[in-house]
Design a protein around this ligand. Structure first.
Ligand SMILES: [Fe+2]
Length: 287
């Protein structure tokens, strides 16, 4: 057994240093900035400042410029940020971040898979956690109820664009808590602006040591589906960007690929067909 596997079995997590290149974080910074400027232009949002021209931006010097446009979008309409969140997750640059070969190698080792085994991604995303935001902050949970039943997987988490610190609310874990098994927890549906929360009984969490895992961009955290973890409190004035996602073993009995369910934010392909085939303009052209 390798040292990494030994520590992972004992603590329920492993941090690999300097995995993703700085250049990918730089590219992601520009992707977020570009999408933010597009949203501002598309919605004709009036700002009391002029956003910095993207061609004059430098990474990491101008991360605060990105914070500024994202804060403006949040103020205007939170749904626009939801759309940016969904867009980033299917941008080519994002695939570069999560499909890193070192991440594949470590995930396979931790899942006891062969070098050629398929790894299936579930809902890899980049979270944006706002200063002082409590409503979307994740409380103590295990990942098991946030994914499909009977899957075997490794969870990954990593800071993106800027380092994660205690001040900006980096991830917290309870070392060794994965050995507890499935802990008693309470499911609270989305309500009053709070996201759905499936929280572990506090009395159980209190039995364990709770540590903050401050990490530098490039570092990647791998953890067990049963490890107790949560977001810290972002007491800084900056957004914490973090990649979350799971790599699943496709060979086990419980694995069944979920059916993708992409829903248009505007109108459906059928509506589009109707519009083009049966609009008054088309009818008159057909005559
Ligand atoms: Fe989680």
């Amino acid at each position: 057994m390798t040292m990494m596997l030994k520590n992972f079995t004992k603590n329920g997590y492993h941090i690999e240093k300097s995995v993703t290149p700085l250049s990918v974080h730089e590219e992601l910074f520009f992707i977020f900035y570009d999408l933010s400027l597009s949203a501002i232009n598309r919605k004709k949002i009036k700002l009391d400042y002029i956003p910095k021209n993207i061609n004059e931006c430098y990474f990491p010097r101008d991360i605060k410029e990105l914070d500024r446009v994202l804060f403006s979008l949040l103020e205007y309409d939170r749904d626009l940020l939801g759309e940016i969140y969904d867009t980033v997750a299917y941008c080519s640059t994002f695939f570069k971040l999560v499909s890193n070969s070192k991440i594949e190698e470590i995930s396979r080792e931790l899942l006891s898979l062969q070098r050629s085994s398929a790894l299936y991604s579930t809902t890899h995303r980049i979270r944006m956690d706002w200063p002082e935001d409590e409503k979307r902050r994740a409380g103590w949970h295990q990942e098991i109820f946030h994914t499909y039943p009977d899957f075997k997987f490794i969870q990954t988490w990593s800071p993106v664009i800027r380092n994660s610190t205690v001040q900006n609310g980096t991830i917290k874990v309870c070392p060794g808590s994965h050995k507890h098994g499935i802990a008693k927890q309470n499911w609270e549906d989305e309500k009053d602006g709070y996201a759905t929360r499936i929280l572990i009984d506090e009395k159980i969490v209190d039995k364990y040591e709770q540590i903050d895992l401050a990490m530098n961009i490039g570092d990647v955290l791998f953890f067990d589906p049963l490890l107790f973890h949560r977001s810290g409190h972002n007491s800084s004035s900056e957004i914490r960007f973090s990649q979350v996602g799971m790599w699943n073993d496709c060979s086990i009995k419980g694995f069944r690929a979920p059916k993708p369910n992409f829903i248009s934010r505007t109108y459906s392909p059928r509506d589009n067909y109707e519009k083009h085939m049966f609009s008054d303009k088309n009818k008159s052209q057909a005559k």
